[in-house]
Design a protein around this ligand. Sequence first.
Ligand code: SF4
Length: 260
Amino acid sequence: MATTRRNLLKLGGLAGLGLVLLPVGTLLAGEAAGATGASAKGDRKQWAMLIDLNKCQASAGCRDCIGACHAAHNVPDIGDPLADSKEEVKWIWTETFAETFGDQADEYMADELKQKLLPVMCNHCTHPACVRVCPTEATYKRPDGIVAMDYHRCIGCRYCMAACPHGARSFNFRDPRPSIREVNPAFPTRERGVVEKCNFCAERVDVGMLPACVTACKYGALAFGDLTDTNSAIRKALREGYALRRKPDSGTDPNVYYRV
Ligand code: SF4
């Protein structure tokens, strides 16, 4: 699909912020920019991700995807993750396989797999419970499947946090701005009393770029693309073998897949 004038303008805006020298592997190969709307055929998209745990090095201490995501989105560094602080704000974080897929583990599963760390994030669910309960439409589903937020509309009721079965949302109990290591002026900061979560890098996808976590992963563990495109990277990755999703019985129909 040809890059639209609107996306060229957006790229122009990113150019002003010094973000146009795109390294190889940064662009969405063969998948259209202009992801907010319909595809060339007028169909809806559904962006999705596959995390290959055979390649992911989270258990070896790699946090490259988290670092890239949190730096790009001004996620504050609050609290000690090891202390499981309720004030911690996180877009991507790690959990063990047993914590993430407890409903799909069994007593005979190898301890090595049970204890394996993996990245978790918002699943950009096809039927997002968070969207259904938000009283102000601060959380909404875009035509491309990304579950996005308008921070200005969020009243901090936290209904979305209660509704999300995947624990994907964080609440700013305090002003996050003093805890941002280095502010990225290209992305808005939030304020006290606002919920936030992963946005699948909507601001990058809109201009034909891959999410920051995908680009940052030097092990090639993350595949991203449009589920409605049979030639997309995500569809190719899904064809290569079986993949799990979190809490498949929760009714939200997650769009983040894990290959074990
Ligand atoms: Fe909403 Fe939770 Fe699904 Fe993300 S994982 S779309 S926050 S229900």
